[in-house]
Write a protein that binds this ligand. Structure first.
Ligand code: UGA
Length: 433
């Protein structure tokens, strides 16, 4: 099939690259020219395992094209995936102006059937607004079109795998014609395909992300209780997780969820409920607990070290999760900021996210960046772990101990087994254990 993907961010790029990999002809529209140049050269502006390899494959077989020109993209095919940004407004609601633009421009250009598909996370009933916009700008009321919702559930760091092997595919459609297109598009996928109306599909996406965020805030509160009572959060999560109704996934306690989705989507979902006259107090609490996590972590560091003023502390991990260079809403931002205010001298290391972090926290004024995890800990009086990269799990802790001025680890992600690290002579402070 010929497919157009508007928006070359995480979702758009992965969608485009994966559909091209599956044999479709894809044009990705991205409005930032430098990004398009990079993409045409086969380089990904984001770090995502496996993405560049698949890009090369499809670029060389000419199944994947990039353009800055929305018109060119919209003329390329009848099936248009809307993967543009839906950033958060100060009041928590989603800014849908980029979605509106795609709907409007498509309507102005259309001379024959088009299927407009929402892939970006949007508030329930956004499809109605898209339809209204198309009706307003379309040249003739006789030109047929459909608006569908096909939310994406991929995670950063495992985007390709999540896209190609999803747990389920959700499609919200209103016509047989649109349904047939999706059946053809996803015919080789070996997972349940759930056809619903568009409003239901839109809600499934927001409800899923909010539910997962709720699991994380829940387990984080239980972790606090474990710390007070001497119970072990890992075993509590395992013990709960064996119950199929609960499941073990997303029950890892830590310093809170970050990224471009959960923090924004939880707030947006609260706001959506509010717009319909409902108070989703449960989610307000999920959000509040999450916002407190970095504060709790810094309190713990201060409790352990008494004062952090002028102390050299190493920080391992800045990305909001492993296998990404993304630092959007990463707990590391708040933690680093608070520690700097307390007068700590920080030596930071992350395998992929340091360049992005430098834009927020340039070198100097209590901040330095290390070339590897070992140089970060040299003469440090504490090591703080903020992201659970494999590199840290595999680190030579004997060497780390030899390099540190004081062998002390405050681990925000439960990377190690407490007995093992303590046996090596570290003071070790994990989460909830
Ligand atoms: C999330 C969802 O998992 C995807 O299904 C969804 O498609 C995506 O948002 C989106 O809406 O685009 P993502 O934000 O990439 O994906 O990353 P997650 O793996 O969900 O992690 C989010 C945050 O939760 C991270 O900061 C992670 O460290 C934290 N987390 C996750 C925990 O603290 N504990 C856990 O047990 C799991």
């Amino acid at each position: 099939m010929k497919l157009t993907v508007v928006g070359g961010g995480y979702v758009g790029l992965t969608t485009g690259v994966c559909f091209a990999h599956l044999g479709h002809e894809v044009m990705v529209v991205e409005k930032i020219p430098q990004k398009v140049e990079l993409l045409r050269a086969g380089r990904s502006p984001i770090y995502e395992p496996g993405l560049e390899e698949l890009m090369h494959e499809s670029l060389s077989s000419n199944r994947l094209k990039f353009t800055t020109n929305l018109k060119e993209g919209l003329e390329f095919s009848d099936v248009i995936f809307i993967c543009v940004g839906t950033p958060q407004r100060p009041d928590g609601s989603a800014d849908l102006s980029q979605v509106e633009e795609v709907a409007r421009e498509t309507a102005k250009l259309m001379t024959s059937y088009k299927l407009l598909i929402e892939k970006s996370t949007v508030p329930v009933n956004t499809h109605q607004l898209i339809k209204k916009t198309v009706q307003r700008y379309i040249k003739s009321p006789d030109i047929p079109y459909d608006v569908a919702s096909n939310p994406e559930f991929l995670r950063e760091g495992s985007a390709i795998e999540d896209f190609l092997k999803p747990d389920r595919i959700v499609v919200g459609v209103e016509s047989e014609r649109a349904k047939k297109i999706f059946e053809e598009l996803y015919k080789d996928f070996n997972c349940p395909i759930i056809f619903t109306d568009p409003a239901t599909a839109e809600l499934i996406k927001h409800a899923s992300n909010s539910f997962l965020a709720m699991k994380i805030s829940f387990i984080n509160m239980v972790a606090d209780l474990c710390e007070k009572t001497g119970a072990d959060i890992k075993l509590v999560a395992d013990g709960m997780g064996y119950d199929k109704r609960i499941g073990r996934d997303f029950l890892n306690a830590g310093i809170g969820y970050g990224g471009s989705c959960f923090p924004k989507d939880v707030k947006a979902f609260i706001r959506i409920a509010q717009d319909y006259g409902l108070d989703f107090g449960l989610l307000r609490e999920v959000d509040r607990i999450n916002q407190e996590r970095p504060i709790r972590f810094v309190e713990k560091v201060k409790r352990v070290l008494w004062s952090v003023k002028d102390k050299k502390l190493a920080v391992w991990g800045l990305a909001f999760k492993p296998n990404t260079d993304d630092i959007r809403e990463a707990p590391s931002i708040k933690i680093v900021d608070m520690l700097l205010r307390e007068g700590a001298k920080l030596s930071l290391y992350d395998p992929k996210a340091m360049e992005n972090f430098k834009l927020l926290f340039p070198e100097g004024k209590g901040i330095s960046y290390a070339k590897d995890p070992y140089s970060a800990v040299e003469s440090a009086e504490g090591l703080l772990i903020l992201t659970e990269w494999q590199e840290f799990k595999r680190a030579d802790l004997g060497r780390v101990k030899g390099l540190m001025a004081l062998p002390l680890i405050v681990d925000g992600r439960n990377v190690y087994e407490p007995e093992e690290v303590r046996a090596l002579g570290f003071e070790y402070y994990p989460v909830g254990r």
